[in-house]
Design a protein around this ligand. Structure first.
Ligand code: 2P0
Length: 355
């Protein structure tokens, strides 16, 4: 076994097997992870516990195979820093990273690890449009959970990593899982995502706008809980839809999966529109894409629309129809590209701390 003794005697944390010492004597403990966004077929909208990020109802999603976030966490003793797409961040996004790292450090304390007092340099690259309904917080916190857990030396299984990622952003819990994930409601212990079997399906991304949205998902959920008279019905009907969706997935019934997906997305946007004051994430082009997808169905091309908390639309379809659907919708896109996405891999290490 390699000798990992530290070149700097008072850096006890660097003596861990997973640490390595750079030739010049600098202690380096880092890990790099990659995660992909997910698109919910049954949506998450509302929290039972704001701090622990436990949802009011379960949800179900497809992990995508593109638009990854790749994150390296390097332990330091110089304070937490966060760099995203070559830009150093402070303010809200950096605060969210530090709050998350505090949680990882508290787990390190519980595990008796001598990394627990260290801060972290977090460097992230996000290949999807940030904060415009492409679920960048899902891939972001899923990658951060996996990279930080490894860098700090925590030994967590997929369920524990899903629970950890959930604390950064609810939908991140689902990006830990390969292909299709169901995220359970419940409490802090029982609210995690796990795999659900489902047929191969394609998701055609129809990005109609980029840029930051006016109301964050987090704020939108709070406004919905506080002001929509339809919120209680949303919670009970979402649980019912989830039960139907899991059954449809398990029997490979793409038509029912698609119908439930589009209907649940429309219900979510109707719920959000019912806030006071009203909130609207879809723009006129988004609505036109929903209409075009419905028109395609009339013509026998089976596709179903969904959209998250932003104007971009996704068309769920059978893999063999994906090119027809993409060709039909590309004219609505901002950059003349309708990308075909398939079920992808859950968050994973690409360079562990012991590399
Ligand atoms: C979803 N969305 O199920 C739903 C559909 C957006 C619309 O999960 O407050 O960024 O960090 O837990 O995870 C977006 O919510 O919110 C989301 P927080 P998150 O994909």
């Amino acid at each position: 076994m390699e000798d990992f003794s530290c070149l700097i005697p008072d850096r006890r944390w660097c003596r861990r097997e997973r640490a390595r010492c750079a030739p010049e004597g600098e202690c380096v403990t880092s890990a790099t992870a990659r995660a992909y966004p997910n698109i919910a077929l049954v949506k998450y909208w509302g929290k039972a516990d704001e701090k622990l990020i436990v949802p009011v109802a379960g949800s179900l999603s497809m992990t995508l195979d593109d638009f990854p976030t790749t994150t390296t966490v390097t332990l330091t003793d110089g304070g937490d820093t966060f760099r995203l797409n070559e830009v150093d961040h402070d303010g809200t996004s950096a605060d969210r990273v530090t709050v998350f790292l505090d949680l990882v450090r508290s787990l390190a304390v519980d595990a008796g690890l001598d990394t627990a007092h260290l801060s972290a340099r977090v460097v992230s690259t996000n290949e999807g449009p940030t904060a415009a309904g492409m679920a960048s917080s899902a891939s972001g916190f899923a990658a951060l959970a996996v990279a930080a857990a490894s860098a700090y030396g925590l030994d967590l299984d997929t369920r524990e990593l899903s629970r950890l990622a959930r604390r950064g952003s609810g939908s991140a819990s689902r990006s830990l899982i390969d292909r299709f994930a169901v995220w359970h409601a419940g409490d802090d212990e029982s609210s995690y995502a796990e795999a659900v079997s489902a047929p191969d399906m394609a998701m055609v991304a129809v990005p109609v706008a980029t840029g930051e949205k006016a109301v964050s998902s987090r704020q939108g959920m709070i406004a919905t809980a506080e002001t929509s008279p339809f919120y209680p019905a949303w919670i009970t009907s979402t649980q019912e839809t989830l039960t139907e969706m899991i059954a449809a997935c398990e029997r490979g019934d793409v038509t029912t999966i698609g119908e439930l997906t589009e209907n649940h997305a429309i219900r979510m946007h109707a719920l959000i529109a019912s806030c006071r004051p009203s909130i609207r994430y879809l723009n006129p082009t988004s609505i036109a894409v929903f209409d075009e997808i419905a028109a395609m169905r009339q013509e026998g091309v089976e596709a179903y629309a969904t959209a998250d908390a932003g104007p971009n639309v996704f068309a769920l379809t059978r893999p063999e129809l994906a090119h027809i659907v993409a060709d039909r919708l590309v004219g609505f896109t901002k950059d003349n590209e309708a990308k075909i996405l398939m079920p992808g891999q859950g968050a994973h290490l690409i360079d562990g701390a012991s590399a």
